[in-house]
Design a protein around this ligand. Structure first.
Ligand SMILES: [Zn+2]
Ligand SMILES: [Zn+2]
Length: 345
């Protein structure tokens, strides 16, 4: 029996279903796991995505031919039963479950296992073959509970506000920014969001996610407020004129990569907060085990290490080469496109 999903030059292809999963080249039929730029691209004929992610997907891709599917509901494509299940990564993120003639494959997209308030929690889905990401697939990657990180951010912001200094926190505009907004203590001071972040905030609120009040810098009349503010901006805003209005400020970067020695210095920021929307090593292992899959195919990230580890643990493991990037790291294929364009907005 041939594999249900194969890697083609356009993207991961479900052979019997005749559709692609997060294709990187234009195709007729695409199933999209989530709206990050490297997974959700323009130019496909027909899109299928989670109903929960419709708002953010449309806000990023504009006019597309989109069919949505609520989590857990099924649709049949050429005899393949397709359903979408929460991946816990960002609002609307989904794992794609495909069942054909009694065999089940699941493509994870990006995922994390720690639940957060801005999206549905990761759901383990039983399958025969699991296609997993591996962004942080090394044993050194172990996250602290997110509340510890939010507490650290609050302490940093509070101390800066007391000294009359803005706190500029760089992070990815979609997902990470909203997770931080939902986790921090909004009582400390005003919250200002960059023009690349605010449209996503609106899409999250419209989808029913509670976020504290945020403003654009142009909406702040009393400039003294800026000195108590938390400012959320994409990394691309860092060296732009947009920063000048904040005067003296402290800056920080929030990403899983901040765990690495030198990552904070490389970015030349005062603080690094280790917060990722991807599973850490124990999370990847937990998620893979929970699928019960005997075969695991590893995509973007630490592919050779994960494949070797999984084989040592008795699984049939392999890899797919993909063109997915890493939205947590500036300069990757997934770099926030709007961030550059809106850097001076
Ligand atoms: Zn992603
Ligand atoms: Zn990804």
């Amino acid at each position: 029996m041939t594999d249900m999903v194969v890697a083609r030059k356009e993207g991961l292809y479900c052979v019997p279903g005749d559709f692609y999963i997060d294709p990187w080249q234009p195709v007729e039929r695409a199933v999209i796991t989530h709206a990050h730029a490297d997974h959700a691209r323009i130019g496909h004929g027909h899109y299928l995505a989670s109903a929960e992610g419709e708002g953010v997907l449309r806000s990023r891709l504009g006019e597309i031919h989109l069919e949505t599917l609520p989590y857990g509901q099924t649709v049949v494509r050429n005899g393949v039963t397709v359903s979408l299940h929460p991946a816990g990564h960002v609002l609307g993120s989904a794992q794609v479950r495909m069942e054909y003639r009694g065999e089940v494959w699941v493509a994870s997209g990006d995922y994390k296992v720690e639940a957060d308030a801005t999206c549905a929690a990761f759901e383990p889905v039983r399958c025969d073959t699991f296609i997993t990401e591996s962004t942080f697939g090394l044993p050194i990657y172990r996250w602290q509970p997110q509340q510890n990180i939010f507490d650290d951010i609050n302490d940093w912001w509070r101390a800066n506000a007391q000294e009359g200094r803005a706190s500029v926190l760089f992070c990815y505009a979609f997902g990470k920014a909203q997770r931080i907004l939902s986790g921090i203590d909004a009582g400390i001071g005003p919250i200002i969001c960059h023009g690349a972040v605010e449209p996503l905030n609106r899409a999250y609120r419209a989808s029913g996610v509670h976020l504290p009040d945020t403003r654009m810098v142009t909406d702040v009349a009393d400039k003294a407020e800026l000195r108590r503010a938390l400012v959320i901006a994409p990394p691309s805003a860092g060296n732009s004129p947009w920063m000048k209005r904040f005067g003296e400020y402290s800056d920080a970067f929030a990403s899983g990569w901040m765990l690495l020695r030198g990552a904070r210095r490389r970015r030349a920021v005062d603080r690094g907060f280790i917060l990722s929307d991807h599973a850490d090593w124990p999370g990847l292992m937990q998620a893979i085990a929970a699928t019960g899959a005997q075969r695991v195919i590893v995509t973007h990230g630490q592919v050779p290490v994960m494949v070797r580890w999984l084989r040592q643990n008795g699984l049939d493991a392999g890899a797919f080469a993909t063109e997915y990037g890493d939205e947590e790291d500036k300069g990757s294929a997934a770099e926030e496109p709007d961030g550059e364009r809106l850097a001076n907005a």
